[in-house]
Structures are given as C-alpha cells and as structure tokens.
Design a binder for this molecule. Sequence first.
Ligand code: F0G
Length: 452
Amino acid sequence: MKTIIEPFRIKSVEPIRMTSREEREQILRDAHFNVFGIKARDVLVDLLTDSGTGAMSSLQWSGMMRGDESYAGAESFYRFSDKMNELTGFDHILPTHQGRASERILFELVGGPGKVIPNNNHFDTTRANVEHSGARAVDLVIHEAKTPSLRHPFKGNMDVQRLRDLIVAEGVEKIPIVMVTVTNNSGGGQPVSLANLREVRAVCDEFGIPLFLDACRFAENAYFIKQREEGQGERTIREIVRDTFDLADGATISAKKDGMVNIGGVLLIRDPELAQRADALLILTEGFVTYGGLSGRDLEAMAQGFEEVVREDYLSYRIRSTEYLGERLLALGFQIIEPPGGHAIYVDAGKLCPGIPSWEFPGQALVCELYRQAGIRTVEIGSVMFGGGGNPPPLELVRFAIPRRVYTQSHIDYVVEACGELYERRDRIKGLKIVFEPPYLRHFSARFIELR
Ligand code: F0G
C-alpha cells in the first residue's frame, strides 16, 4: 500500500513549548495528578479530545472575513443552512453553540420524568441532559462492543432485539424518541451500519417512535460504511451521508467534530410542530433562529467545514492515521478497543496494569505516566469518570483522541515511541488515591495523590 499523505499543506503554525521530565513532574503534582488542571502550554501532544481542537482551512478562515453579522436573516446563515440541507435533506436547521445545547433543547421538548431514552451508548453530556430532564438513559449497544479484543465491522450497532424488548417492557408511551450515536464515541469510536440503522428504523416505525441521530461524527461513520458494508463500496460519501440522515426524524450535531470548527452545533428536526417548539426554546437561551448563539463568521466556517469533511481524500487520511496509531500500539503489546475507531484509540489500562485495582484507577495512572514521560495528554474513561456511587467497575480505558488536521505522522510516531518505553516499565506505574471530589462529573476536578 502507498503512504497516504496528509491532503494539505501547512500555512500557519503554532509552536509547541518543549518541557523536561523534571518540569512535567512538578506540573503534574501542581495539577494534583489530574490532566484537566494542566495548562495547554505545558502539553507537547494534546490528545485530550478531537472536539473543537481541529485546524481550519484557508477557505474557512477567509469565510470568517465574509461573515454577515446581521441579527436576523444573515447571508451566512443561509450559506450554512443550504449546505446542511444539501448534505442531510433536512429543511428545518437550527444553529446552536455546541452539541450539548442541541441536546438540552431536544430533551427539554421530549424528555421528562418517567420517560426512557434508548441509545447505542449515550455520550456523557447526552446522558446528563436526558437525566437532567428527569428521564432515564438506557444503553443498548450490541454485546460484541463489550469485549475490547473482539473485532466486529460495526461495533457501534444497536442491539435491535433489546430495543424491541425495552419498548414492550416499558410501554411505547414512555419512549418519546430512540437515539443512535454515529460513530459511537463512548463505545470506542465504532461505526453503525446502514443495515442496523434501517432495522432500528423499522422498529421505530412499528411502534410509531421517532428516530434521532447523535451525528457528531457522521462523515467518519459514512467512510466506515463505504469501506466495510456490503454493496456500499462504489457509492459516494455524500450518498451514504444522505441515506443515513434520510432514516432519521432529527439529529443533534456538535460541529466541533465533523463540522471542522472550533465552536458550533446543529439541531435538525423534521416534524414542523416540534421544530416550532424548538425555535421558541432556541430564542429563549441561544439566540434568534438565524444565528443560535453563534456569530455570522462561525456559521461561515461551519458551512465550509461541512463541505470539506465529506471529501474522500480527507476521510481516508483521517481514518488511516487513527488506524496507524492503533496498529502500532497493538504491535507494542497494548490491548486497544479493536478494530481502531474513527477519531480515537482507546487503550485498556486495566489489562496493562493488572496490579492496580479499579479503586486505585489504572486508567488515570496511565494518563499521568504518559504526561510525565512524554508530555502527552490523554483522558481516562474508566473508574474515575464512571466509578463511585456503588456502580460496578467499568472498563479502564484511556482515550487517545486525534484532533483533525493538527498533528503529522512524526507527532504520532513520537507518541508510539513514548508508549513503547512506557510498556517496558508498565510494572512500575503507580496507582492513585482520590483526596478531593466534587458531587458531579468528578473527572474534571478530582484531586489525587500517588500511592507507594
Ligand atoms: N455527542 C457526542 C457523541 C460527543 O462526542 C460529544 C462531545 C457531544 C455529543 C457533545 O458535544 O461538546 O459540542 O457539547 N464530545 C467531546 C469529546 C467533548 O471529547 O468526546 P459538545
């Protein structure tokens, strides 16, 4: 296979400040072993998230100069909504400031006490917005998703039988919508097939329940469909994207992912009556319907970002570069969620550090060691994020998320080298103890001390 090169040249650069191991040791202590407390200038390679951290293109930047900042009916809004309409077929397109703003509006409309929202896996803000409305969030991903080493082409698929059982057990009236997250971030960035979406749609039709997508990474999902799903290989990404959205009655989108912007979101709704109620809520907290809490220039950047993300040369570079990191880590001996996801690689830290029990946070211990050793910032998705409150220990994962168009292959090779050295010393990684935690979302601000 030929090398897949980055399909862009670099016009503008941002320096990285080099740090020594001694400096990082002090920084880590000052941050109480929580990388959310580390200043970005003290990070060498920042893989904390792929959200809002991408590099914009020269056309996106020039679009920003064109931004029409009119309060109502700005040209920029129409360029944005025409682009979204062209890609998704939806007519009612609301801009929001980010994904969770779309979620808040949606669940204020359809959620509430007694309601149940099924999803393949709720992302944490989606779950929080469902629960904030008083409703219950239920995850119904296929059982294959629970074993990291198990390879399945569409490991983000929903278990359709469990969906049907849930609807029958709870009663249709309790289930206002069914949601599917593409790709499934909480489940390893794994895709959902068109066939699975069609099966979910059929169940929704049978019971008269609308289907909504959490479509943050719709383009990456479409690329996996093209590569892996029977009969899809010759179709264009745009056709697959259109098929995906045609199956849905609505979607929440964080444009900070496949919108290729640093801030922005979208809410799509087909039902005119529900859309009108969403307009009213948007005006209440985000802004008028033609700007939704964003500036005209943000809308221009989104319009261009959604155009660039469906290009095949971009997507093949994107998916291949994530896969490259995954393959190299597997070759070193790390267990990752297999196959590699679209936007991130998830390392099984529980398997890497069997001597560290869940209550000493093996994932967080690995996150700290990666920072100390090489200045790499990742994020724990394990017992710190989901533990406590008597829940059984989850998989102890560490996510290496790849910002879009930001790092080159040598940055990734550096990450791989650091991981190789760390793998050899894995027995010496130290567990942690929590010495402070807030009442909610403790991973953002918990403080730790190192044990032994
Ligand atoms: N849904 C999914 C699947 C997400 O991954 C995210 C954000 C959101 C919704 C919320 O969007 O941040 O724009 O409000 N994920 C980021 C991450 C934060 O790091 O995975 P937002």
